[in-house]
Design a protein around this ligand. Structure first.
Ligand code: HEC
Ligand code: HEC
Ligand code: HEC
Ligand code: HEC
Ligand code: HEC
Ligand code: HEC
Length: 434
């Protein structure tokens, strides 16, 4: 009875509130989806499968392509393998699926087209990919629909932009997620409050109407002539709208502010498709073989083309990628590697202090480099990141006379806490700032 009257009288208000609520839940979910990183790829593919939406399919394919194919293929230019635009018209889908899954099996089986393309590319073997049909279809959908010069590997000009677009921050994403959640909770609480007030008002009104003789002026107050539009102008609704607007604005600018200057996941395309997975992973070449100064000095050097030549004067001489190294040497021009990690000038970081003295593994800061075909920035490289590790990492003071007195002093103050980098002054501003 009450809810019925309520619905009749305040229908516009209700629709407004429900619409608001739905908008905000959708908004919050949208934010979360944007925060899904590489792990989201398979989820995306599954979703695309269910919905059958072309755009979702292509965007799942976009991510798969970037992570697995872009080191060797671009859409509009030859990289290591052929340019792939138009491949879905050139070859049947079934052919493409079995090629991508295991190209060498097709070559061995004597498939004419497979043998021809294999020979054309100097018998280089494309790796096999254990993808499902749907995953491969999503890659093909991406190849079919990607715009020319588009986001992924549209050519040298597009690279910088694509890289920067990827440079989202994990930390800011986390914070953003919580803010989104907070927003939704706030909106729900506000709605519950409004509804409760309305119910109380209606119950009171019904009570007054039934049980009291009202004076005419009170009658007007309790049962005003229905004016739906005026509901929208009530202070409650206005206040609600303004509050939500301000919160949304705050959320947006907070996310923007937190991601300034943070380049986590930055993965630019390099001028030569050099793979750490192949060299440091599969062939187990020591980091130190190429980054020769990393245990000795402040900077880790990027190897010169001469170091590559130690091997590539013999290995894979005919590969188009290796020919780029020869070209660099012949023209006496260094290879223009794109720098990935870059602290601002105001901060001082020293590799040997960490790798040699501190005994910190490269992977602790740079992630699983030996599995990366294309290197990306694994850690946020923020001040908070540096100091957190300094707080948590105990110093190896064993057998080092330099530390003996310091450790004793420290144990005198607080015997339980370990002697960390911070105990040794690793949080002092001047240690990291010039
Ligand atoms: C390590 C380099 C490498 C990677 C990674 C790679 N490819 Fe290839 N791809 C090649 C090479 C080289 C060829 C040329 C044929 C040959 O030599 O085997 C080729 C050929 C192809 C062809 C046949 C083109 C034609 O004209 O018939 C397709 C299709 C293809 N690749 C798709 C893909 C897809 C999709 C991925 C990602 C899932 C991928 N490739 C990943 C190197 C690679
Ligand atoms: C065969 C030589 C070679 C080996 C071995 C090697 N690297 Fe590299 N590394 C390079 C080259 C060339 C680059 C620049 C191109 C690139 O970023 O892929 C590079 C780039 C990097 C970068 C990014 C530098 C930047 O621009 O910020 C890091 C980090 C790195 N290597 C770490 C490692 C680690 C850790 C290992 C051992 C697990 C290792 N490398 C082994 C040659 C090598
Ligand atoms: C210690 C030996 C060694 C050094 C040094 C080395 N490489 Fe390699 N590289 C290899 C081996 C082994 C392979 C794999 C060859 C194969 O797959 O048959 C390879 C493969 C490659 C490939 C893939 C070639 C293709 O077309 O399949 C590229 C590109 C490459 N190296 C670039 C470089 C660059 C750039 C440097 C210098 C920064 C470098 N390499 C230094 C041993 C080395
Ligand atoms: C404690 C964290 C940490 C460890 C451990 C570490 N790095 Fe780094 N690395 C960094 C930071 C931070 C930068 C960015 C430095 C800058 O911009 O001045 C960097 C940059 C680099 C670069 C780019 C060139 C340069 O010096 O700016 C290479 C290459 C590199 N690291 C390789 C390595 C290798 C190889 C190891 C292991 C032997 C290693 N790093 C261990 C944090 C680390
Ligand atoms: C993974 C852990 C880790 C990270 C991340 C890390 N450090 Fe360190 N840092 C250490 C350790 C361990 C030592 C102690 C080395 C020693 O003296 O034994 C150290 C020492 C230092 C020192 C010398 C402190 C002193 O008391 O002499 C400086 C300066 C420094 N780090 C700067 C940085 C900067 C800048 C960053 C961020 C870009 C950073 N560190 C990130 C582990 C880390
Ligand atoms: C362990 C190393 C370390 C210590 C200790 C440290 N910083 Fe930093 N600081 C950094 C690094 C690395 C950056 C650059 C990364 C960034 O912009 O987030 C930075 C950035 C900054 C910035 C610039 C922030 C920006 O957004 O551009 C200021 C200001 C700053 N630090 C002040 C301080 C003060 C004050 C202290 C002492 C209380 C201090 N730092 C101690 C490593 C350190």
């Amino acid at each position: 009875m009450i809810s019925c009257t309520l619905r009749m009288k305040y229908k516009p208000l209700f629709s407004f509130l429900i619409a608001l609520f739905l908008t905000f839940t959708a908004y919050a979910q949208g934010g979360e989806q944007a925060n899904v990183g590489k792990e989201g790829v398979t989820a995306g593919a599954v979703e695309a499968q269910a919905g059958g939406a072309d755009a979702a399919l292509a965007s799942a394919g976009d991510a798969l392509f970037k992570n697995n194919c872009a080191s060797c293929h671009a859409l509009d230019e030859e990289v290591v393998g052929p340019a792939l635009r138009g491949i879905t018209q050139k070859r049947p889908e079934a052919w493409l699926i079995s090629w991508i899954r295991n190209s060498s099996k097709m070559v061995q089986s004597g498939d004419k087209e497979a043998v021809a393309i294999f020979n054309q590319y100097n018998k280089q073997q494309m790796p096999s990919f254990a993808f499902s049909d749907d995953e491969i279809k999503s890659i093909l959908a991406y190849i079919k629909t990607a715009p020319a010069g588009g986001s992924t590997e549209g050519g040298p000009g597009a690279e910088g932009g694509a890289g920067v677009a990827q440079a989202t921050s994990g930390d800011a994403g986390e914070v953003g997620k919580y803010l989104d959640l907070l927003l939704v909770i706030l909106v729900v609480v506000l709605i519950v409050m409004v509804v409760t007030l309305l119910i109380i008002a209606t119950v009171l009104k019904n009570y007054l109407n039934k049980n009291r003789q009202l004076a005419p002026e009170d009658e007007e107050l309790v049962n005003p002539k229905a004016d739906y539009m005026s509901v929208l102008k009530t202070p409650v609704v206005k206040g609600l709208a303004i509050t939500i607007f301000i919160l949304a604005l705050l959320n947006l600018s907070w996310n923007k502010a937190m991601s300034i200057g943070i380049q986590q996941n930055y993965q630019p395309k390099q001028p030569i498709a050099f793979s750490h997975k192949l060299h440091a992973g599969d062939h187990k070449i020591d980091c130190n073989y190429c980054h020769t100064s990393v245990y000795k000095s402040k900077n880790a050097n990027i190897p010169s083309a001469n170091i590559c030549m130690n091997c590539h004067s013999q290995i894979k001489k005919e590969s188009p990628e290796i020919k780029k190294i020869y070209a660099a040497l012949e023209n006496n021009r260094p290879i223009q590697w794109v720098r990935i990690h870059n602290l601002p000038d105001l901060a001082y970081f020293n590799h040997s202090q960490h790798t040699k003295v501190g005994g910190v593994e490269c992977q602790t800061c740079h992630g699983p480099i030996e599995t990366m075909d294309v290197v990306y920035q694994y850690s946020p490289l923020t001040m908070g990141w540096c100091i957190n590790c300094h707080r948590e990492t105990p110093l190896n003071t064993q057998g080092n006379a330099y530390y003996d007195n310091l450790v004793k002093l420290h144990e005198g103050q607080d015997s339980k806490a370990p002697f960390t980098v911070v105990s040794n002054g690793g949080a002092e501003c001047s240690k990291c700032h010039y």
